[in-house]
Design a protein around this ligand. Structure first.
Ligand code: PEP
Ligand code: MN
Length: 261
């Protein structure tokens, strides 16, 4: 179902009044985690002003340590909804388990399946039964074939609205958090019709690398970007080191102008 051989034209996924895939470039931006009402609404207004068309924000967080901030849960989803009401931006938020995917589906316009859950087949099957588009991140050590098979699980359940997200893979290199596999973009474009976006924030773990790799991603044909933005990165509860301040994000969006529209 994900194979271009049987579906030559690009899939365009409808999200509220906007779309992902086809001839446009979509930027999803926002905090790693929803922290407070003021925080998420302020960031939502800032990223919207800069040109983002989808707001990201985690309410259920898949943290490597059980002692790290785990997200606000449903309260976080409620705050995202308020940010959506304030800005009109549709929202993407992660579902980390079978118990909460329906709850996330009630609030979010796109359900994210994170890298750590890319081969959680029970979760993929359930995602296939929901009516919301799914943002499927590439697993930490997943081959492109395994990634597309994960998409296939979702599509086989009846949900054809899958957006792929390259977010870096594990290699021997430790300077960056992961190694961004930009070659995955043209490979996916050749063998699949699904839209693919790139997340340079999680790929590198370093805010300074987000701008150059965003440009690289669009240069190789990505359908969009997912970028972490925080109004106070130093005090962020999660992933501050890779988050852009709103002013830096605005500058990046201006520089990306040549690839947009
Ligand atoms: C995220 O987008 O918040 C996230 C946890 O990303 P990943 O699954 O790519 O690590
Ligand atoms: Mn994050």
């Amino acid at each position: 179902l994900a194979n271009r051989l049987f579906h030559p034209e690009d899939t365009v996924v409808k999200v509220g009044d906007t779309t992902v895939g086809g001839d446009t470039v979509t930027v999803m931006a926002g905090p790693c985690s929803v922290e407070t009402e003021e925080q998420v609404i302020q960031i939502a207004m800032d990223v919207k002003e800069a040109g983002a068309t989808i707001l990201r924000g985690g309410a259920f967080k898949p943290r490597s340590s059980p002692y790290s901030f785990q997200g606000l849960g449903e309260e976080g989803l409620k705050l995202l909804k308020k940010a959506k009401e304030a800005t009109g931006l549709p929202i993407v938020s992660e579902a980390i388990c079978l118990d909460t995917i329906e709850l996330v589906a009630e609030y979010a316009d796109i359900i994210q399946i994170g890298a750590r859950n890319m081969q959680n087949f029970a979760l993929l099957k359930k995602a296939g039964l929901t009516k919301k588009p799914i943002l499927l991140k590439r697993g930490l050590s997943a081959t492109i074939e395994e990634w597309l098979m994960a998409a296939e699980y979702i599509m086989a359940g009846g949900n054809k609205d899958v957006i792929l997200c390259e977010r870096g893979i594990r290699t021997y290199e430790t300077y960056t958090r992961n190694t961004l596999d930009l070659s995955a973009v043209p490979v996916i474009k050749e063998i699949s019709h699904l839209p693919i976006i790139v997340d340079p924030s999680h790929a590198t773990g370093k805010w300074k690398m987000v701008s150059p790799l965003s440009k690289g991603a669009l240069a190789v044909g990505a359908d969009g970007l997912m970028i972490e933005v925080h109004n106070d990165p130093i005090n962020a509860l999660c992933d501050g080191g890779q988050s852009l301040k709103p002013s830096k994000f605005k500058k990046l969006m201006e520089e990306l102008g040549i690839y947009m529209n």
